[in-house]
Write a protein that binds this ligand. Structure first.
Ligand SMILES: Nc1nc(=O)c2c([nH]1)NC[C@@H]1CN(c3ccc(C(=O)N[C@@H](CCC(=O)O)C(=O)O)cc3)C=[N+]21
Length: 299
């Protein structure tokens, strides 16, 4: 068995950001509109700080405006809701993202519900989750949407393929399953209570791993030639006590069997931010009655 094709999410995301930058340039020149993304971070979680910094940097690089709101960890929920209300009403803000997780004293669902669905570029509001499930116009969550771009770039038409999504979270597993269903895949959602998980995975042409457990999915679970998308981003101790990033799939064994596989890092992660910028561009177009460009997919 020859080794799998490595799906270069980092390069794909860079190309997508270039296309977004061109569209932003046009939007400014033709309509005088600059897309704006507001990112809210409550608290000082180091990983979250890194993500927020990267988002801000890439937002500016695409020619968009970036508004960062860093709030102390003990910010009352009412203050956060007041900030969201202000951003909802601000015409210069086209996308609003509140970095998750939020501290325990804040009700995550209340925060997500407060964001105007038309500015919910994360796609986490129930209105957007419902639109995705029923075929309406909304925002698809960034991580699964990025996975779909990589899958279609790798495989072309997905219809009739067996896909297994391992993980049932609201932010990845469930919306991923909806997107694959829209592409006419036969979709299985597996999770911690699934009986004989290796067997479910072995039946799949497409494996989406989104459980958050390092190296859980082994090479001998993968059907020869299958396409493997690894959403996991796990920090574990590597050689000499140095921390390293690994996915939910055991890459060394899976890459011997799969037809194509995403690495961690450099796979799905960069796609998440690129799709966030894409959603912000879409929002700015919709808010100004401009035709929405369809980026990230051929044809
Ligand atoms: N409201 C909200 N929306 C989010 O989209 C959101 C969130 N909260 N909370 C945290 C997670 C995590 N997330 C990532 C984004 C980019 C990379 C990324 O670019 N990863 C690089 C490596 C980065 C590194 O070295 O740490 C890669 O995989 O190559 C990873 C993870 C967005 N999230």
């Amino acid at each position: 068995m020859s080794d799998a094709k490595i799906i270069d999410g980092k390069a794909f995301a860079a190309k997508l950001r270039e296309d977004i930058t061109s569209e932003v340039t046009k939007l400014k020149a033709d309509h005088g509109v600059t897309p704006g993304l507001a990112v809210i971070l409550v608290g000082e979680d180091p990983a979250s700080q890194v993500y927020v910094r990267n988002k801000g940097k890439q937002t500016l690089e695409c020619g968009m405006n970036s508004y960062e709101h860093k709030l102390s960890p003990d910010t009352p929920q009412a203050d956060l809701l007041a900030l969201i209300a202000k951003l909802n009403a601000d015409p210069n803000v086209h996308g609003i993202l509140c970095q998750l997780p939020v501290p325990d004293h804040i009700d995550e669902q209340a925060i997500l519900a407060a964001i105007d669905p038309a500015k919910d570029v994360d796609g986490f509001h129930v209105v957007n989750a419902g639109a995705l499930a029923t075929g309406g116009e909304g925002f698809a969550p960034c991580t699964p949407y990025g996975c779909l771009m990589l899958l279609k770039d790798t495989l072309g038409d997905l219809s009739g393929k067996r896909a297994v999504v391992v993980g049932r979270s609201n932010i990845v597993g469930k919306p991923m399953a909806q997107l694959l269903l829209k592409e006419s895949c036969t979709v299985t959602i597996a999770h911690s209570r699934t009986r004989d998980l290796p067997d479910e995975v072995r039946r799949a042409d497409i494996v989406i791993a989104a459980v958050g457990r390092p190296n859980m999915i082994k090479g001998d679970w993968i059907a020869p030639g299958a396409t493997v998308i690894d959403v996991g981003i796990n920090r574990i101790e590597g050689d000499a006590g140095k921390m390293k990033l690994v996915g939910d799939v055991e890459f060394a064994t899976a890459s011997k069997v799969a037809g194509a596989i995403t690495p961690v890092p450099g796979g799905v992660g960069p796609m998440t931010i690129a799709c966030l910028l894409n959603n912000t561009l879409i929002s700015a177009c919709r808010a100004n009655g401009v035709a929405v460009p369809k980026l990230g997919f051929d044809g």
